[in-house]
Design a protein around this ligand. Sequence first.
Ligand code: NAD
Length: 260
Amino acid sequence: MSRVLVTGAAGRMGERVRHWVEAHPQLELGAALEAPGHPRLGETLAPGVELGSDPKAALEGADVVIDFTVPGVTLDVLRSAADAGVAFVTGTTGCSEAQRQEIAALAERTPVIHAPNFSVSVNVLAWLAREAARRLGDGFDAELFEIHHAAKRDAPSGTALLLARAVAEGQGKALEDHLVLERAGETGARPPGAIGVQTLRGGDNPGEHSVYFVGTGERVELAHRSSTRDHFAQGATRAAAWLEGKAPGLYAIETVYGLE
Ligand code: NAD
C-alpha cells in the first residue's frame, strides 16, 4: 500500500480525493494538509490521520502526495516533497510559466505528474480535438467554450488551455501566436487561424468544455460535461498508484492513460 498525503484535504477536490484514496486497493490515506488556521485542523479523517498544517511533518507519513490547491501551495509542498523524495501528483491550475518551469526542475528529484485535467474522457477529448483539427484543416475556425462554478480562481480553465493547445498541435502551429481570450468593441474581422477561448462562471458547475470547428454552412462540436468531481479524483488516484516505483521525472497523464 502507498500512503497518500492529500493537500487541500477539506477543499472541493480534496474531499473527493480522500474518498477515492480510501476506495483504491493500492492506496491508503497517510496524512492530510490544510491551510494554517483552517477551522477543521485537528479533525481525525481516518484512523491515525489528523488534519494538519505542517507540510514537512505530513510528508513523513507519505509515499505520494495528491495536491489540488493553489499554485503557491503546490510549489511549497513540492519543494519539501522533492527534498524528501516523495512522489507528487498535482491538478492545481493557474500556474505561471515560471511556476511550471520550477515544477519541471523539481521533477528531476522526485517523480511528478502535473495535469490540468485528470479525467480519462477529457484527455480522450483532447486527443480527438487534435486529430479533428489535423484533418479538418484551414477551412474550419476553432473556438472553445468553458463554464465553471463561481468560486473558480483562474480563467480560462487549465482544461480549456489544454484543449486549445491540442487544436494548435493538430493545426501545426504555436498556440501562443494564435490564442484569442477577449473580444470587445471594434475587434475587426476574426484573424485567420485564431483559436478563441470564451469563459463563463456561475453556480456550482464542476466544468464543461466544448471545442467548435466552425466551417461554411456547417459546424463540428466536441464536448465534455462534468456533473461531479469524482472522475477527476479517480484519475488522480490512478496517477498516484501508477507513480509507485517510478524514477524521478515529469510524467504526462497521457502516458498513464496510453494516449501518447
Ligand atoms: P478549493 O478552494 O475547494 O480547495 C483548495 C483547498 O486548498 C482549500 O480547502 C484550501 O483551504 C486549501 N489550502 C489553501 N492553502 C493551503 C495550504 N497552505 N496548505 C494546504 N491546503 C491549503 O478548490 P478546488 O475546487 O478543490 O480546486 C483546487 C485546484 O484544483 C484548482 O486549481 C482547480 O482548478 C484544480 N482542479 C483541477 C482538476 C484536474 O483534474 N486537474 C479538477 C478540478 C479542479
